[in-house]
Design a protein. Structure first.
Length: 452
């Protein structure tokens, strides 16, 4: 009797388990059908494409005008798809439920999508410059020689991440003179020549990847406000929600930052390994970093190195000649104790100044765009395009051409010193030649040698 009851109970539990399993299968199939339906509906509302390096993206429209580009193989895509399923279809995706959508949209991008060039923050196409303000309404700042205005529809495709912040609304009533005033009176640069070079650098950033950009090294003793100055440059050109970066000695880590930002600034750099120095040089000339894709033997992942690079430190620490040739050196003077401000005072002051500085910078860029007068002098700097923009920027700010040439000569002198300091034998020779009487004795010996 008891055995029969146990058998009946066992059979009942088995049937219940089978029924439960069947129900779960049906629910899963319904869930998959619903996911398939959602994917099918989204196909008509998004654009799938690949970047020039072959990475898959989708472009969605938020609101009426704001277009957002999302990497398909990213957490951002997963969260976007999960939110669509929950908000519009009342479906909570099961674990790994978004993988199906990723695989499908990646296929659409690679097989049926176009190849598009993606821009970060700034793009120059033809005679127009576009600046991604990362506004909620999606409006883009367009600068031409005729006018500066915000537009809704832009022919270039921008991409940004969560660390990229929106730009303040510019005060376009400011003239280029205000940029010159601000750099001279609010930044403690060593001399006027360095003010010219920094002004030219800020303007040249608006030429995007159309030109090769110099690398900025800012240095000075403690209390020279190097980090603060770099933070302000960052907020003028490429605002971030986070602070300045630390310089890793791992090439892949640095390459990741150089591929993810329009401007990458490294704070408190004490030394630059030769591998990172070479990476900086390749970034300056728009190189590509490749590495093997994880869990694949042959497939490669490519990173376009387009970032504008800046870094600071207490001393001039560029020692390799190829990097020095591409670098603009900016020295800061120590701030007097009575002129120092508290962090809250500096923040308040900068929030008031930023719209005016950005507006004046845009007006300067507009002036340079409209300057068709050729720069006939030979460039004293390796990057010719930057020199041309520097000369035209100086015209807008009222600097004499001779001062521009002097600024580049001083920078060339620092470059030569950097090269000499990297070769111990030359350093020893320089110290020997600076001893009293050595130069005169050498001249006498050379004269006697020539007579022979």
């Amino acid at each position: 009797m008891h055995q029969a009851n146990r058998d009946i109970t066992r059979e009942t539990k088995t049937k219940e388990a089978e029924q439960e399993s069947t129900l779960r299968k049906r629910d899963a199939e319904k869930g998959q059908d619903k996911i398939n339906k959602i994917i099918g509906e989204l196909e008509n509302e998004v654009e799938c494409f690949c970047s020039t390096t072959g990475k898959a993206y989708i472009q969605i429209t938020e609101g009426e005008e704001n277009r957002v580009v999302i990497p398909i193989a990213s957490k951002q895509f997963q969260n976007w798809f999960r939110n669509i399923c929950y908000q519009y279809f009342q479906l909570i995706l099961p674990s790994e439920g978004e993988r199906k959508a990723q695989a499908h949209f990646e296929m659409l991008a690679e097989v049926h999508g176009k190849r598009k060039k993606l821009y970060r923050r700034i793009a120059k196409t033809g005679n127009a410059i576009y600046y991604d303000c990362i506004r909620e309404d999606g409006r883009i700042l367009k600068i031409t020689k005729e006018k500066i205005r915000y537009i809704n529809n832009c022919k270039v495709t921008f991409i940004h991440s969560a660390v990229h912040a929106s730009q303040s609304k510019a005060d376009f009533t400011q003239k280029p003179d205000y940029l010159k005033y601000y750099i001279h009176n609010r930044l403690n640069l060593k001399n006027e020549q360095q003010e010219i070079l920094l002004s030219a650098f800020l303007v040249s950033c608006f030429w995007g990847d159309e030109i090769f950009h110099p690398i900025i090294q800012m240095y000075g003793e403690k209390g020279a406000s190097k980090s603060t100055c770099m933070e302000r440059i960052q907020s003028i050109i490429d605002p971030h929600t986070i602070g300045l970066y630390a310089l890793s000695h791992k090439v892949d880590d640095v390459a990741l930052l150089l591929g993810a930002n329009f401007m990458t600034i490294f704070d408190n750099v004490s030394s630059i390994p030769w591998t990172i120095s070479d990476l900086f040089c390749r970034t300056c000339t728009k190189g590509v970093q490749s590495k093997r894709k994880l869990f694949h033997d042959e497939e490669q992942v490519y990173t376009e190195l387009n970032a504008v690079i800046c870094f600071n430190g207490t001393s001039q620490n560029v020692v390799r000649s190829d990097l020095a040739d591409r670098t603009i050196f900016i020295q800061l003077e120590r701030i007097a104790p009575e002129q120092m401000l508290s962090p809250s005072q500096m923040k308040k002051e900068w929030e008031e100044d930023l719209p005016r500085v950005f507006g004046a910078l845009c007006r300067t860029v507009q002036g340079v765009l409209g300057d068709t007068e050729a720069v006939e002098t030979k460039s004293p700097f390796r990057l010719r395009d930057f020199y041309d923009i520097a000369v035209k920027t100086a015209r807008q700010l009222g600097y004499d051409r001779k001062k521009v040439e002097q600024a580049f000569r001083e920078n060339r002198k620092i470059i030569n010193e950097a090269v000499i300091s990297s070769i111990p034998l030359l350093t020893i020779l320089e110290e020997y030649m600076n001893r009293p009487g050595i130069k005169e004795k050498l001249k006498v010996r050379l004269r006697s040698f020539i007579k022979i």
